[in-house]
Every structure is written in C-alpha cells, then in structure tokens.
Design a protein around this ligand. Structure first.
Ligand SMILES: N[C@@H](CCC(=O)N[C@@H](CS)C(=O)NCC(=O)O)C(=O)O
Length: 262
C-alpha cells in the first residue's frame, strides 16, 4: 500500500494528496512522530535527510519533495494526466508551481511564524503582516494574469497548475488575506469544490486547533523550526532578521544539514 508521510497543514503534502485523489490512487496517511522538533526517527531521516514532509513510500522506495513526487505519480499512474498536453503549457504550469512553492509559501509560512508561533509581536508583527499582505496582493494579481480567461490554470481541465495553487490560496485565506473578488477568487471557489481539494482543505481545517499550543511548545524548547531557502529570505527581507538571530541564540530554529549515509 502506498503511504504518504504528511502534515495536514503542509501545502506541499496537500499538493500530493490532491494529485493521488485526482488519479484515484489509494494510499494511507501518516504524520511522522516528533514532526518539527528536529528530532526525527532514524527511518524518517533515512527517507528524507531534510526531515520534511511530504515523503511518498511506494514499491519499496521513499520519495521526497512534492515536485519530484508529483512527477513520479504522473509517470507511475499516467491516467488521468494532470499535465496539460503541449510542452509550452507544461512549462507554464510548472513555472506557476515553482513560484507558489517558493515565493507564495514563504509568505504564508512567515504569517504562521507570527500568528501561531508568536515569533513577533506588537509593531514588528504588524509591520511584517502589512508587508505580507502587500506581497500577497501582488502575487494574486500575477496569478490572475496567469489564469487569464482560462477555466483552470491547467487549461480546460483541472490539473497540475491548479493543485499547485489551491493549497497556498487556502493558506492566505486562513490568515485573512484572501484574493479580492475576481477571476482568482472565482477559480478558488471552483477548485475548492472538487472532492480532492475539499478533502485536503478539510483535514487542514480540522488540525488547526492543535496550533493553539505551538508557541508554548517552541518556548519550552521542544520545537526546532526549519528555516530554509525562501522562508529564511522572507524573514530577513521582511523585518524578521532579529527573529532569526533570536532563534539561533535560543536554539529553536534549524537549517538543513548535509545528508548522512543511512
Ligand atoms: N521542497 C519541499 C518542501 C517541503 C517542506 O518544506 N515541508 C515542510 C512542511 S510545509 C516540513 O516538513 N518542514 C519540516 C520542519 O519544519 O521541520 C517539497 O516541495 O516537498
């Protein structure tokens, strides 16, 4: 049986869930123990040296990184195809995915660091949230331009482009930063009505209550949040350099280590 290591709030894992559901592939879900603590089990470390979800276990192989997993799923379960037909359209949806995985996710992750993990408060939090709202409005405008008069980011059918955007827009909505009325919000209404997307977003909603205690867990030194790539960049350029410094001093953030032979 295929197993997906995930966390319901991970947009990367949501992408994979939606793809599997769209293809009618059966799988079981599991959240790794001590997720986010930096204290991963040997098995998880072996499966993904970065200690991130999603990881897909299929036919004896562990595959990490949502984009690599989506490519695997597309090749292993070709029907129905989630990629558009032409090479140009395939490149187009992959670029949308890349922008969302990097630029968009960094912002919603930053908002979570403030709202849930309480890394910033008062004026600093307000300034960072204002910055995030401005950037999201810009991104929503860009996405609206990408959508144009298409029904779906993929084209005529829901697919790769759509499952790559929906988790992030849902995240922004969760922080009260929904796209304004227009083509993008109409698209999101259509996308979130699909059973595959609805199931992933429902699980995320159900797990939100657990976030109420996470700031206390970080304070107690039991959580070591991963600061990486675009997330780290967002923190630094959005007024959160002191957050990074404090996290390093208090040892409650982590960077990726080089992989160790398992
Ligand atoms: N590039 C990876 C990113 C995955 C990722 O960052 N996952 C986050 C959850 S959203 C994670 O597992 N972080 C581990 C941690 O915070 O310790 C992908 O596309 O799968």
């Amino acid at each position: 049986m295929i197993e997906l290591l995930e966390h319901p709030l991970s947009p990367y894992a949501q992408k994979v869930r939606i793809a599997l559901d769209e293809k009618g592939v059966e799988y079981v879900l599991r959240t790794p123990e001590a997720m986010g603590s930096g204290q991963a089990s040997e098995a998880f470390r072996k499966a993904n040296p970065r200690l991130e979800v999603p990881v897909l276990y299929c036919e004896g192989q562990a595959i990490f990184d949502s984009t690599i997993i989506l490519e695997f799923i597309e090749e292993r379960f070709p029907e129905p195809s989630l990629l558009p037909t032409s090479a140009a359209d395939r490149a187009r949806v992959r670029m949308i995915e890349d922008l969302c995985d990097t630029h968009y996710e960094a912002i919603t992750w930053g908002l979570s660091e403030i709202a849930n993990f309480k890394r910033a408060t008062g004026e600093q939090a307000q300034a960072m949230q204002t910055r995030a709202a401005e950037e999201l409005a810009q991104l929503h405008d860009w996405l609206q331009g990408q959508l144009g008069d298409r029904q779906w980011f993929n084209g005529e059918q829901f697919g790769w482009g759509d499952l790559s955007v929906a988790p992030y827009v849902a995240g922004a909505i969760g922080f009260g930063m929904a796209p304004g009325a227009g083509l993008l919000s109409d698209w999101f209404a259509r996308a979130s009505a699909r059973p595959s997307v609805a199931a992933a977003l429902e699980s995320a909603k159900a797990s939100l209550s657990a976030m109420a205690n996470v700031a206390g867990i970080v304070e107690a030194g039991l959580f070591k949040r991963q600061y990486r790539d675009h997330r780290l960049e967002w923190m630094v350029r959005s007024g959160g350099l002191s957050i990074v410094q404090e996290g390093l001093e208090r040892d409650n953030i982590r960077f990726n280590a080089a992989p160790v032979r398992g």
